[in-house]
Design a protein around this ligand. Structure first.
Ligand code: SF4
Length: 660
């Protein structure tokens, strides 16, 4: 770039500081040798001119000081074995039930643990005060929440900053990725430094999850499969309690009954996780508690599926203006997203990446660790292990869900979601919820899963804004009648947020009422008849009863379920049920020849045989006790990814990061 002297201010005018600075600093402009002699400034001359002006201005304004570049010195924080008894792990970041239960599970593993609670507006303000500018809302909330807690320890409990740094550690999520999640850890450290806690340890599983960490002699936090299993148990228990609570509460007859029961259930599960007693027995005991809640399922409640950015849609506090509570206070039923579904998404991501990269000409060490899985069979083995992990998670979830009475809960089919979303949002785009947000909206509309879909996008969130504001507009056009509401959480605009939700909720409420009326018309029964039937058949009024899915709303589903039974006697109903079961069996038997033929075809398929060989290899490893050795790194990666959005490949964090 060049600029002529004529374009610059007149150097003889003293009122122009730019030239005073230039002259004072001995600018290259001050004399002919510094110019090209053609009256035109070179880029270097112009740069020098600007620098001289900046220096002069700094001097004039009294801000001339040495610039210090901050280097993160806590890239590899450690907790030594000797510290284990003294160090307290601080945790936070998921739902209230899960944070509470993870605390119990880790205490049960012998750690000192403290749940620092759900981030609130005070945390947001502290996050903004100490954080870098331009971050997304969850960053401010979560970073601020930690700093707030440490300030409380210092100013209210009288601990010195040194004691806090020595005796507390924060465990949190970390990742590399296209959104700001990858920078959380640096944000934590920057804010902690500025708040007077420089050197405070923020532990990321992704960085600390190497095998040596898990088995070394001087490791204070043993990231063994036992450790992760304890966390996953707590997460799934939390999911089950949350799903039951949100399913029952909108229909409770006594306000507060569900919350009371949920608290008791959480305490029972906490005790079991802490003491290491049978968690299934504890879950079974919760069933009696939930079953005691009196409900009226004939209320037409608009079902609202909450989707969006993971943290914003999951948190239950100021971070989303207590969205779930607000929706229920307005008469809605919340269809929340479970952490187990997020785990499945993580498994799906790894499986897809492995599949997509399988045929790269050179093994790719940068992303999915294929360098560890060279050779076709090894990659196939990895795929089989991922399938097994998915299957295990689905079965495991149902094993946790059924004892307390969470019947008929279907975890999303990740392949189906990916397929329906792919035309609008590439499956390869990551960050936030990726294509899941788009897929879920389509599934909700097409499958009549909810009356309304509400997408929560945090202020400043790049991926979520692109999806909610951009792609979802196309989906709502393609699927007319969709009630889709995208809301942004900035932390200080609750009134706007609530009024926007109310506008859409009004439509959803009408839709729920119309759907129920339509159910009465379609089935030819009246409300009075259904009410009388329910009074005579209490099994249908249990809070744990789940009607087959025929409509979005629970009330309409119940009408569809009981209407055919209303004019039958109990004996006729039993006969009908038996006939249905019988016809189901006959239909199944009729398919046997076809099944046998397909099974034979499949058995001859080389791909299937190879997959089977992999499955058998895995089973053999399991039987021989070699599973931990062979699959430990993968399990750890998945488990870490699940709870902490783990990616082992965060090599960039090993380099010092300047953040000022
Ligand atoms: S998905 Fe959005 S809100 Fe969440 S960490 Fe990334 S940028 Fe922030």
């Amino acid at each position: 770039m060049t600029i002529t002297h004529d374009a610059l201010p007149n150097p003889t005018k003293k009122s122009l500081p730019i030239l005073d600075a230039k002259l004072a600093a001995g600018s290259p402009l001050n004399g002919s040798p510094q110019t090209s002699g053609t009256g035109v400034l070179s880029d270097e001359e112009l740069e020098a001119h600007v620098r001289a002006h900046e220096a002069a201005e700094r001097e004039r304004l009294g801000v001339l000081r040495e610039r210090r570049q901050w280097v993160d010195t806590m890239l590899n924080p450690e907790v030594k074995r000797a510290e284990r008894e003294k160090v307290t792990l601080l945790i936070s970041g998921l739902t209230k039930a899960q944070d509470f239960l993870v605390e119990g599970a880790l205490r049960g593993q012998g750690y000192k643990v403290e749940n620092i609670g759900c981030p609130d507006t005070e945390g947001l303000q502290i996050g903004k005060e100490y954080g870098n500018r331009g971050q997304c809302n969850p960053t401010y909330f979560t970073v601020g929440n930690l700093v707030k807690h440490l300030i409380t320890l210092r100013d209210e409990k009288g601990l010195s900053a040194e004691e806090i740094i020595k005796n507390y550690v924060f465990f949190t999520a970390g990742a590399c990725g296209p959104c700001r999640f990858g920078m959380y850890v640096t944000e934590y450290r920057k804010a902690l430094r500025d708040a007077g806690f420089e050197g405070f340890r923020v532990m990321l599983f992704q960085q600390q999850g190497g095998l040596s960490q898990a088995s070394g002699d001087d490791v204070g936090i043993d990231l063994s499969p036992k450790f992760f299993i304890a966390i996953i148990k707590a997460l799934v228990c939390g999911d089950v309690v949350n799903a039951l609570t949100y399913r029952i509460r909108p229909y409770e007859l006594e306000t507060g009954a569900t919350n009371r029961v949920a608290e008791q259930a959480k305490k029972m599960l906490y005790k079991s996780l802490l003491s290491g007693t049978n968690v299934f027995a504890a879950l079974l005991s919760c069933r009696r508690l939930f079953d005691s809640i009196k409900v009226d399922k004939l209320r037409a409640r608009p079902k609202v599926a909450i989707i969006g950015e993971f943290w914003a849609m999951t948190t239950e506090g100021d971070g989303n203006y207590h969205l779930q509570h607000f929706l229920e206070s307005e008469g809605a039923e919340c269809d929340i997203q479970l952490t187990t579904a997020w785990l499945l998404y993580n498994i799906w991501e790894v499986a897809r990446d492995t599949r997509e990269r399988e045929l790269l000409r050179v093994a790719d060490a940068a992303k999915s660790g294929l360098s560890d899985y060279q050779g076709e069979f090894d990659i196939a083995k990895r795929q089989a292990a991922l399938k097994l992990a998915e299957w295990g998670l689905r079965v495991g979830f149902q094993a946790f869900a059924l004892p307390p009475g969470l019947h008929g809960y279907h975890l999303p089919d990740m392949d189906a979601i990916a397929e329906v979303a792919n035309d609008y949002y590439s499956n390869d785009l990551r960050g936030g919820e990726g294509h899941m947000e788009v897929g879920k909206l389509i599934a909700n509309v097409v499958g009549k899963k909810a009356h309304m879909t509400l997408s929560v996008k945090p202020f400043g969130c790049m991926p979520s804004s692109g999806v909610s504001d951009g792609v979802q507009s196309l989906i709502t056009t393609k699927y007319p009648g969709t009630i889709f509401c995208a809301v942004e959480t900035s932390g200080d605009g609750a009134t706007n947020f609530y009024s926007r939700v109310q506008m859409y909720l009004y439509k959803a409420r009408i839709a729920a009422e119309q759907e129920l009326e339509q159910a009465f018309r379609d089935t030819g029964v009246t409300r009075e008849e259904v009410t009388a039937f329910l009074a005579a058949n209490p099994e249908y009024t249990s809070p744990l009863h789940k009607s087959p899915h025929d409509a979005a709303g629970e009330a309409a589903c119940l009408v569809h379920e009981v209407a055919p039974l209303i004019r039958l006697t109990r004996t006729e109903r039993l006969v009908k049920a038996a006939k249905q079961a019988g016809s189901g069996t006959v239909a199944a038997l009729r398919t046997v020849p076809g099944l046998a033929r397909r099974a034979a075809e499949r058995a001859a398929d080389p791909e299937f045989r190879e997959a089977l060989a992999c499955d058998l290899a895995i089973l053999r490893d399991l039987v021989r006790g070699k599973a931990a050795e062979h699959y430990g790194p993968l399990v750890r990666r998945l488990a870490g990814k699940a709870y902490f959005e783990n990616n082992a490949e965060v090599a960039h964090l090993i380099e010092p990061i300047a953040a000022e």
